[in-house]
Design a protein around this ligand. Sequence first.
Ligand code: ZN
Length: 396
Amino acid sequence: MSATRRLYYEDVGLLEFEAEVVARTEHEGSPAVVLDATAFYPESGGQPWDAGTLNGVEVLKVVEIDGVILHVLRSGIDGGRVHGSVDPAVRSDHMEQHTGQHVLSQAFWELLKGETLSFHMGPEVSTLEIGLKTIGDAECDRVEDRANAVVREDREVKTYFVPEERIGEVPLRRPPKKQGLLRVVEVDRFDYSACGGTHVRRTGEIGLVKLGGIEKIRGNLRFEFLCGGRALRDYQAKDRAVRRLAATFSCAPAEAPAQVEKLLADSRALKKRARQLGERLGSFESQEIVRTAAGRVIAGVLEDKTPEEARSLALAVIKRGVFAVAYGAAGESQGHLLLARSDALKADLRQLAPVIAAVVPVKGGGGPSLVELVLADKGKIKEAVEAARAWLQENA
Ligand SMILES: [Zn+2]
């Protein structure tokens, strides 16, 4: 079987084509065909495969195994002659990201001597691993500015084949990984790469090039980046989000982060203050509760308290005398049951957990004198408190 003719090498704009099926097989449980020629790019070099159809049947995946290009299909197709159709939107997107990667890689090398170690094109963002230990905002901006300047210069992107023995004449950014006849992708007098991917014909087609999040990996830096349509959609979404934030705070977009930080600091201070006041209130309330208590067991559902406030109150009560307390309180989504007793009492409150579990599923635990249970069903707080009261009256 002779090798499939790669139409995407000859004309990257050719998306509709006719071909002969030269072999039929299976790949991961799906039918697959080999063609005499194809415009479908197979997954390789960090770039995903092209989407599209063969005779109207969805192409699930295109892979190259030992030099054979397999078109994996949603269902089997009949006949020897097929019409192939490559999805133009997916192809354009891949060309924008991939060519943008070449330009970015050269910008990193030219400005920072940052070598490209790996590239991965994801369905939403792509990543580039660069041999740099650190980078500042100003350096990121310089790399982006250089890449976008090359885009605006609308340089030609040329592809040509060079035999291995003459590849030394080409100023490649990285040594080639393959042997034999090598395909060179040249961003006119700017970047030379040995690459088998699909690329735009002029850098202007890349559109915007934008770096995103940075992560440390294997002692290097991994940059997220977006090009073309992806960069525009990202800008639209972020612009909308930032403008909404700025409108909420009635501030300029650039001031929104500082406003959010201030709000968070205020919120933390208020929570602390509320906790202090809650403790003081609990101290007063506990006096009244102890004064009117009938017996050593105090139990009830605290309608207007948070679980934290119920806990403070229970702890305040058991310090004022010899008491066993069961307080129920509603949390945001679950019910809470607080069980506490004075040191003078000896009952192990952990034994109450299975008793409550017979009423409603619970999680949590504690020690012999303090147990906190979270109830799966908020509606069962009252029943749980009554079960605890009955047990404490018997055992505490
Ligand atoms: Zn490439």
